[in-house]
Design a protein around this ligand. Structure first.
Ligand code: TYD
Length: 217
């Protein structure tokens, strides 16, 4: 739990194509409708500096980027986000929603790329300075379904597929296992939500996880 703030920090996690961005937006609307002050963020990216880092990370020409450099760039963007946006919003009592955070780095770089959780958590201590989400909603789907959605979305949006989305199915299976491991290690913080239902079904399940954390029971 974050002890440094008055607000509530909630992160959304899951494979590419799980629909977590849609779900986070719906949750933000729902919380605002009941009068809560919500700040939305996304990683990699977030702040203007983070957006510049994101462009390096997703540029398909950067196929030589090694796993350690990739991880450090993720945390560079995150450190800026924590400092510039997230901590001030929490200090102001807001509910902060983040589309991805350190659990993404644990699952993608730590597990799937094989850097190990210890390395990732060492850098997390420097970059995030003890900030841990109060609640993490992890949307769980079969990698085949997620990849199909992520690929068609990328083609529609840009006509090209991003570097990270070109990873093979085996990579995404490892990412999913990484997420499941985190959820079983930290059942109090991380809630796995079945992402195979309709948008409305998932929205209902997300709300069940969240409402207690924001004092709306
Ligand atoms: P993005 O287009 O934001 O994907 P999504 O909408 O699925 O979140 O691209 C982010 C990609 O970066 C995605 O494949 C997950 C990956 N990623 C990591 O590998 N490590 C990280 O720490 C983060 C934040 C993202």
């Amino acid at each position: 739990m974050s002890t440094t703030s008055r607000g509530v920090f909630i992160t959304f996690e899951g494979l590419d194509g799980t629909g977590k961005t849609t779900q986070m937006r719906r949750l933000a609307e729902r919380l605002r409708a009941v009068g809560r002050d919500v700040f939305e963020s996304a990683e990699p990216g977030g702040t203007p500096i983070g957006q510049q880092i994101r462009r390096i990370l997703l540029d398909h020409r950067n196929h030589e980027l090694c796993a350690t450099a990739e991880m450090l760039l993720m945390f560079a963007a995150r450190a800026q986000n924590v400092d510039q946006w997230i901590l001030p919003a929490l200090a102001a009592g807001k509910i902060v929603l983040s589309d991805r955070f350190t659990d993404s780095t644990l699952a993608y770089q730590g597990v799937a790329r094989g850097l190990g959780a210890d390395v990732v958590l060492d850098v997390d201590r420097i970059a995030c300075r003890g900030l841990v989400p109060d609640l993490t909603v992890c949307l769980d789907i079969d990698p085949v379904a997620g990849l199909a959605r992520a690929h068609s979305r990328n083609r529609e949006q840009s006509g090209v597929e991003t570097r990270l989305d070109e990873q093979d199915l085996e990579f995404y299976r490892r990412v999913r296992e990484g997420y499941r491991q985190i959820a079983s290690d930290e059942p109090g913080r991380v809630k796995l939500v079945d992402g195979s239902g309709t948008v409305e079904e998932i929205e209902g399940a997300v709300w069940e996880c969240v409402r207690g954390a924001v004092g709306l029971e």
